[in-house]
Ligand binder design. Sequence first.
Ligand code: HEC
Length: 190
Amino acid sequence: MNAMMPTKPEKKRFPHATVIVLAMVLLVVLLTCVPYLVTIALAQGPAQRDARDASPIFGVIIPEGYRQWELIAPAEEVAPLNELRAVIGNKIAINAYQDGKLPFSDGTVLVKRAWKRQQSPDFASATIPGAATTVQVMVKDSQKYAATGGWGFGRFINGKPVDEAQHRTCFACHEARAKGHDYVFTRLAP
Ligand code: HEC
């Protein structure tokens, strides 16, 4: 009986050790996988979009749900463009406008929607939006876009970005005329 004593705990210790080793292996596997899983989860959103949907130079995309954003101000462009425009912004943008806060904080997104000016078929003197022309986007990220006043630009036609040459013009004009207002032309409509 006494001779059996040392073997019993020995037998018990073995499965114990196996469980511990298994647990450790599991832990290591989990710890190795978690960063990958997180990366995959985070990449889900942008991954659904095509890389070709991002603007050249800046990699700006049309923001999700922008059609529901609040109006900052309308604008109108005379010939040859003949457009009606509406500048809208995300919540961060709207808050900054309401507080009169400049410069705009990182995360600010401004969108300019534009349509051909069209005479109303119902009322001669009324002008209504015709075909949509461009969607233009400005995204504030002071680090990423440090070279262009903290703004990334995107101009889209039918959901696709226009060429790089056009994207080279954005900051120059905004800088020349709107530098004193954090490179943004549009003021909150009274
Ligand atoms: C020649 C000048 C000029 C160029 C070039 C230009 N913009 Fe603008 N942008 C304006 C003006 C003026 C406004 C004010 C609204 C309006 O009149 O349409 C404006 C407004 C905007 C707005 C709304 C926020 C604001 O500043 O009022 C966005 C977004 C925008 N532009 C994006 C772009 C992008 C993207 C490009 C390049 C592809 C670009 N712009 C090139 C003149 C310019």
